[in-house]
Ligand binder design. Structure first.
Ligand SMILES: O=P(O)(O)OC[C@H]1O[C@](O)(CO)[C@@H](O)[C@@H]1O
Length: 275
């Protein structure tokens, strides 16, 4: 059976048995990758009880229709979809590796990214650090942590300077898209060194729980937030990002030129509680 990913606005389907995605022509894909428990073992609090070959997530990179190619190339943007499978690795809900983004030498802030949930429920862990590439990795200074709970049809902007990791906190697969500035460099080392970002998000007796990652010397107060729309930056709930980009591409200029948008992007998190 195939379930259409209606929130994407594109002819993309998920096979309910294999959990893989199928794209209807003329949509096509540039690349595909999978990560399993073994490849991510250093990134979880404890992965020792899981089958090492168990699949954690699949990434479908560079989804595009030929007639849209010129526009995506002009803006240097790429649209990808990630499927994080249902389940836990030890205490933690299944998640992506987590990484920080790079920046251009003449810019003050690193590149942001748009995340749009197409099915399931996400918690996006957003961890601010201005020195994540420090040589002595223990000297990283974490300035802020936001845990954004995002439901299908909603979207967020991962703010400049925030490392990020996507966690599937729902009861089925989590499927989400990202629109990102393609020349952006990706940094994994500090996250791997600390065995993940600052907070481990998991479930006990089906209840969501948070544990501090003790590999970090210091962590700030953690904020739990809900997303806020901003139509001028192309973030309107239940309006597919791919389609909005085709119709009004300039709304996403912040992806390649983030410096003057930082304050506006930070206002798109409605902080509900902190601990
Ligand atoms: O395994 P990686 O390279 O960290 O990629 C995982 C995630 O990062 C992204 O590249 C977006 O930041 C997604 O495509 C994917 O969800």
């Amino acid at each position: 059976m195939l379930a259409e990913l209606q929130k994407s606005g594109l002819p993309i389907y998920q096979n309910s048995r294999s959990k893989k995605l199928l794209l209807e022509a003329p949509y096509m894909l540039k690349g595909y990758g999978e990560k399993n428990v073994l490849q991510m073992s250093e990134l979880y609090e404890d992965s020792s009880h899981n089958d090492k070959h168990e699949n954690v997530y699949d990434v479908y990179r560079g989804i595009i229709c030929d007639q849209d190619r010129e526009l995506f190339e002009r803006y240097k943007f790429q649209y990808d979809i990630t499927v994080i499978h249902q389940g836990q690795v030890g205490f933690e809900c299944k998640k992506t590796s987590g990484h920080y983004h790079g920046w251009e030498s003449n810019k003050k802030h690193s590149y942001p990214e748009v995340y749009e949930v197409l099915s399931g429920t996400a918690m996006f862990e957003l961890q601010k650090s201005m020195n994540f590439d420090v040589k002595e990795k223990n000297d990283i200074k974490v300035d802020d942590i936001i845990l954004a709970k995002v439901e299908a049809g909603q979207a967020i902007i991962v703010p400049p300077d925030y490392g990020h990791c996507s966690i599937n906190i729902g009861n089925g697969d989590l499927v989400f898209s990202n629109l990102a500035y393609q020349p952006c460099e990706i940094f994994y080392d500090n996250v791997r060194y600390h065995h993940g970002l600052g907070i481990y998000i998991g479930k006990e007796d089906d209840k969501l729980k948070f544990k501090k990652n003790d590999h970090y010397k210091n962590l700030p107060t953690v904020k739990i937030a809900l997303p806020v729309e901003n139509g001028s930056l192309g973030i309107k709930f239940n309006q597919p990002v791919y389609k909005t980009f085709l119709e009004t591409p300039d709304k996403y200029n912040f992806l390649g030129n983030p410096d003057k948008y930082v304050d506006t992007i930070m206002k798109m998190f409605d902080i509900k509680e902190s601990f």
